[in-house]
Design a protein around this ligand. Structure first.
Ligand code: UDP
Length: 451
C-alpha cells in the first residue's frame, strides 16, 4: 500500500442504494492509500458514522436536519442544492484551514451541483453513478437529443446497447409523467455537464458491460470500479471490510442467518424489493399465495411500511415454510449456500449483488431503471427470467409459481446456474489484483497523487 496525501471528499445522495456503494468505494480508495472524508446529511450523520470504520465522516446540511420524510422531491432537491452548495463549500474550506485540503470531490450523479462547487473551489471532480452503464447510456442519449422524448417508436437502437423495446427502457424515459421532478433529475440534470467532470465512475465491471462501456469511453472519461460488494463475500484475498455500507432499516441478522442455516443447499427462495419500491396491495396478495403454494422455503423482506399489505394471518399460516423479516443483511443472505433464487425488483445494487454472488434471479421490476436491468438479466447475462405481469400489471400467483419451478428445477434453471458461476468468477476477477476494476481504481489514485 502506498502512503500519500491525496484527499477525496465523497458525497453520496442520502438513500440506502447510493450510500452503500459509495461507502464501499470509499473503503477501497482508503485501502489504496487515499485519505477519505465521507460527507453526509446531518440527519444521517450518526447512522453513517457508526458503520464507517476508520473513514472520517462529516456532516453537511440538505436543509432538513431533522430528516426530510414527506417532503416533495422537487422541493427537497432545490433546497438540497441551495443549502448543500453552501455547507459543502464551508466544509471544504474548513478542511483546508485544518491543513487537510481536498484534492478531489467524488459526488453522486444525483447531486450535479457539486461540480459547480468543485469548480468554484478549484478542486477536481469525479462523478459517481450508482446505476448501470447501460442505463446511463440511455439517459446520456436523451440528454444529447439522440433519443427523442416522448418516444415515437416501440423499439429503439442505441449505440453500445442491444435493441430495446420501449418497455425495457427506464420508467423515467418511457413514462416520466408520474414523477416529473425525479425524471428531470435522472434523465437530464445528472447528465447535464458530465463532460466537465475529471472522472466518471460506474459501479459495474468491464466484462459485464463491455460493449456499452467501450462506446461511452470513446467520449467520456469513464471508469468501471465495481462491484462494490464486501470482498469477504467474493474472495478472502481481497480487502476484508466485513460491514456492507449502512442499514437505514434495522437488520434482523441473527434470526434470518440461523433460519437459513437450517435449510438445505439451494433450497430457499429469497424475496426482496429494496428500500423504496412499494408493491400494489393486490400484488402483495398474489406474491404471498404464489410463494405459499409453491411449497419452497422462502425468506421474504417486507419493510415495516409494507407489512400491513400482507394478507391477514399470512405470517402465522406460513411459519413452517416462510420467514418474513423487515430487513436483512442482503449480501450475507445472497452469499448463503441455502439460497436457490432471488425474486427481485432489479434495483441496480440488488442485481449486481446477485450477479456477483451467483444467485439466479426472477425479475419483478417496478419502476426507474429496473425494467432495463431486468432485460439484461434475462436476455444478455442470462442470469434469470422475468415474471410476466397480466394486463393490469400484476404478476399473478400462478405465474410466480411457474417461474419458481423454471428456475429452481427446470433446464433453464440449470443453464442460469452455469451462467451464474461465470459471472461470479468474472466479478471476483475484476476486483482482484490486476483486474479491470482494481486497475481503474489504482489508476485513479495514482493520477490524483501525481497531479
Ligand atoms: N438491502 C439490504 N437488506 C434488505 C434489502 C435490501 O441490505 O433487506 C440492500 C441491498 O443489499 C442493496 C440495497 O439495499 O444494496 C438496495 O439497493 P437497490 O439498488 O437494489 O434498490 P433500491 O433500494 O435503490 O430500490
Amino acid at each position: 500500500m502506498e502512503t500519500c496525501r491525496a484527499h477525496c471528499l465523497i458525497l453520496p445522495f442520502p438513500i440506502q442504494g447510493h450510500i452503500n456503494p459509495m461507502l464501499q468505494f470509499s473503503k477501497r480508495l482508503q485501502h489504496e492509500g487515499t485519505k477519505i472524508t465521507l460527507a453526509t446529511t446531518k440527519s444521517l450523520f450518526k447512522t453513517v458514522n457508526e458503520v464507517s470504520g476508520s473513514i472520517s465522516v462529516k456532516a453537511i446540511s440538505d436543509g432538513y436536519d431533522e430528516g426530510a420524510n414527506g417532503i416533495a422531491p422537487e422541493i427537497y432537491l432545490l433546497k438540497f442544492q441551495k443549502v448543500g452548495s453552501e455547507t459543502l463549500t464551508e466544509l471544504i474550506l474548513k478542511l483546508q484551514d485544518l491543513g487537510r485540503p481536498v484534492d478531489c470531490i467524488i459526488y453522486d450523479a444525483f447531486l450535479p451541483w457539486c461540480l459547480d462547487v468543485a469548480k468554484d473551489l478549484g478542486v477536481r471532480a469525479g462523478v459517481f453513478f450508482t446505476q448501470s452503464c447501460a442505463v446511463n447510456n440511455i439517459y446520456y442519449h436523451v440528454r444529447k437529443g439522440l433519443l427523442k422524448l416522448p418516444l415515437e417508436a416501440t423499439e429503439v437502437d442505441i449505440p453500445g446497447l442491444p435493441p430495446l423495446l420501449a418497455s425495457d427502457l427506464p420508467s423515467f424515459v418511457s413514462n416520466p409523467g408520474p414523477y416529473p421532478a425525479t425524471s428531470q433529475l435522472v434523465v437530464h440534470d445528472q447528465m447535464e455537464k458530465i463532460e466537465e467532470a475529471d472522472w466518471i465512475f460506474f459501479n459495474t465491471f468491464y466484462k459485464l458491460e463491455e460493449k456499452v462501456n467501450d462506446w461511452m469511453a470513446t467520449t467520456l472519461p469513464v471508469k468501471t470500479i465495481g462491484p462494490t460488494i464486501p470482498s469477504m463475500y467474493l474472495d478472502k484475498r481481497l480487502v476484508d471490510d466485513k460491514q456492507y455500507g449502512l442499514n437505514l432499516f434495522k437488520p434482523m441478522t441473527n434470526a434470518c442467518v440461523s433460519w437459513l442455516s437450517e435449510r438445505s443447499i439451494s433450497s430457499v427462495v429469497y424475496v426482496a424489493f429494496g428500500s423504496l419500491a412499494e408493491l400494489d396491495v393486490v400484488q402483495m396478495e398474489e406474491l404471498s399465495w404464489g410463494l405459499r403454494t409453491s411449497n419452497y422455503h422462502f425468506l421474504w423482506v417486507v419493510r415495516e411500511s409494507e407489512s400491513k399489505k400482507l394478507p391477514k394471518d399470512f405470517v402465522k399460516e406460513t411459519f413452517d415454510k416462510g420467514l418474513i423479516i423487515s430487513w436483512c443483511p442482503q449480501p450475507e443472505v445472497l452469499a448463503h449456500k441455502s439460497i436457490g433464487c432471488f425474486i427481485t425488483h432489479c434495483g441496480w445494487n440488488s442485481t449486481l449483488e446477485a450477479l456477483s454472488l451467483g444467485v439466479p434471479m426472477i425479475a419483478m421490476p417496478q419502476w426507474t431503471d429496473q425494467s432495463t436491468n431486468a432485460k439484461f438479466v434475462k436476455d444478455i447475462w442470462k442470469m434469470g427470467i422475468k415474471a410476466q405481469p397480466d394486463e393490469n400489471g400484476i404478476v399473478r400467483r400462478d405465474a410466480i409459481g411457474q417461474c419458481l419451478i423454471t428456475v429452481m428445477e427446470g433446464e433453464i434453471g440449470q443453464e442460469i446456474r452455469k451462467n451464474a458461476k461465470k459471472w461470479k468468477d468474472l466479478a471476483r476477477q475484476a476486483l482482484e489484483e490486476g483486474g479491470s476494476s482494481d486497475e481503474n481504481t489504482k489508476d485513479f489514485v495514482s493520477k490524483l497523487i501525481q497531479s
